[in-house]
Design a protein around this ligand. Structure first.
Ligand code: FAD
Length: 437
């Protein structure tokens, strides 16, 4: 159930594990195998067309022996009888079921939520329709500076639209990133003409038929469009109705084989919750790359193979304003909120040799256990090279690398791509120096 990254990953892996298996995918949408991640960049005109986001043709699935049922909703699951109810088709039996029903954006829960002009970015066909609407939009409100919010803010600004950001938190991406990491981003937004309203709640969407303004705790903002970028929530409604165990996040509880609490039922992607590798706190609604990898594990196991999925360390990164931000595992704010003790080192370095054109600043923060100095998290802001550092630091946390290891690491020095001093190493040296003081 589900034709997103998790469902399609699962279908392919199931066929690979058992080429004789009959694999059926049900999706409510008109398409599978497109990258929703690219939608904001088509809106921002960095990518010329939506067609570029399609990764496979529908015929490719027919050839691969996967029966994809488009625009087909599953309405209930019976794990005792091993069957699902499919709208327009009736009862469909299964030997193994994989739930990959994804996420929903949190309902803003304010009056006017049913007005036109409220855009929830998800389905590519709707995005194509909204893209035409954007041609006539002069002012837009982005509700919450979440990861998608950050992408849409920049996209709409690139499009020449006047953008207001309304967010109840004190800074952008506050549930994930530290304020000093986000400060350069917020400064770049101001330079781009974007107006931010932090510490501000949406009270209502106003208009007749279509939104004409957003009423907030700090006053009214006139607009032609509101993009709802509230946090993602697991879509596990059918699983809950079928009696499957959900965790504290509302996501499906799975074991390392991605098996749920019901025999023969697996789950993958944003509808599940997985333990964080450092402290085992469950996290739901990770990313597309997590969803795809989990789908492959679930699909393999459902078809009789054997694979396990590891706890997560969540490397992340994205372009925001004129900067890139990223990190791995916990930042300072989140570790403090969770009561995790840490020592910290910060370095302000550069991305290339200081004389090489295009050199950008890079700020790296490392968090480590006070005893033993094992890395537990990192955050960064810079002009380039953030993704590679985030991936590396995710593995560093996972494998128990210490500040001492990082302080003495070797690094690439080549003027166009790397400076003499790697900021990660300098941050580790600074952390150790602060411990000696
Ligand atoms: C605009 C946008 C930008 C993104 N950017 C990034 C990015 O930069 N990096 C990244 O890693 N990830 C990104 N993502 C990925 C995203 O955040 C999720 O992690 C990912 O989509 C999760 O995949 P999934 O397969 O679990 O669920 P979803 O993609 O939500 O897919 C759920 C599927 O379930 C189907 N479904 C649900 N209920 C039913 C039912 N009852 N019957 C039949 N079918 C049903 C839906 O039709 C859909 O096919 C982005 C997503 C969006 C929308």
């Amino acid at each position: 159930m589900g034709g997103g990254a998790a469902g399609i990953g699962a279908a392919g892996a199931a066929r690979q594990a058992d080429p004789g298996a009959a694999v059926t995918v049900f999706t409510e949408y008109e398409d599978v195998a497109y990258s929703p991640c690219g939608i904001p960049y088509v809106h921002g005109k960095e990518i010329p067309s939506f067609e570029a986001l399609f990764l496979q043709t529908k015929e490719a699935y027919v050839k691969a022996g996967i029966d994809v049922c488009y625009e087909t909703r599953v309405s209930s699951v019976d794990t005792t009888r091993r069957e699902v109810q499919v709208e327009g088709r009736g009862t469909v039996p299964y030997d193994r079921l994989i739930l990959a029903t994804g996420f929903d954006y949190a309902d803003p829960g304010v009056p006017g939520g049913d007005l036109g002009g409220l855009y929830y970015v998800k389905n590519i066909r709707r995005a194509m329709e909204w893209d035409r609407v954007l041609d006539s939009v002069k002012t837009a409100v982005v509700v919450e500076a979440s990861p998608l919010g950050l992408e849409m803010i920049t996209a709409l600004a690139h499009r020449g639209i006047t953008v207001h950001v309304v967010d109840p938190h004190p800074w952008a991406l506050a549930e994930l990133a530290d304020p000093d990491i986000m400060r350069p981003v917020e400064e770049s937004w101001a330079e781009m003409g974007i107006t931010t309203h932090f510490g501000t709640r949406v009270e209502a969407f106003l208009g007749e038929g279509t939104v004409r303004a957003v009423r907030t705790t700090a006053g009214e903002i006139e607009c032609d469009l509101a993009v709802i970028c509230t946090h993602k929530q697991p879509n596990a409604r059918l699983a809950a109705a079928a009696g499957l165990a959900l965790g504290s996040t509302g996501g499906l509880v799975v074991d390392e084989r991605m098996a749920t609490s019901a025999a023969g039922v697996f789950a993958a992607g944003d509808c599940t919750e997985l333990p964080h590798g450092v402290n085992r706190v469950p996290i739901a609604c990770l990313t597309g790359s997590h969803a795809y990898a989990q789908g492959k594990v679930a699909g393999t196991n459902a078809a009789g193979g054997s694979r396990v999925y590891q706890p997560v360390y969540v490397p992340w990164g994205m372009v925001a304003g004129t900067w890139m931000v990223g990190g791995a595992s916990f930042g300072e704010t989140l570790a403090t909120a969770l009561g995790i003790p840490f020592v910290m080192g910060v370095a302000d370095g550069i991305s290339r040799a200081r004389y090489y054109p295009g050199v950008r600043k890079v700020r790296v923060k490392l968090l480590a256990e006070p005893a033993g100095h094992r890395l537990i998290g990192a955050q960064m802001v810079g002009g380039e090279g953030i993704k590679e550092r985030a991936d590396f630091l995710g593995v560093a946390v996972r494998t128990g690398i210490t500040l001492e290891d990082l302080a003495t690491m070797e690094n690439v020095y080549s003027p166009p791509i790397g400076a003499l001093n790697e900021p990660i190493s300098v941050a580790a040296q600074n952390a150790l120096a602060s411990l000696r003081r």
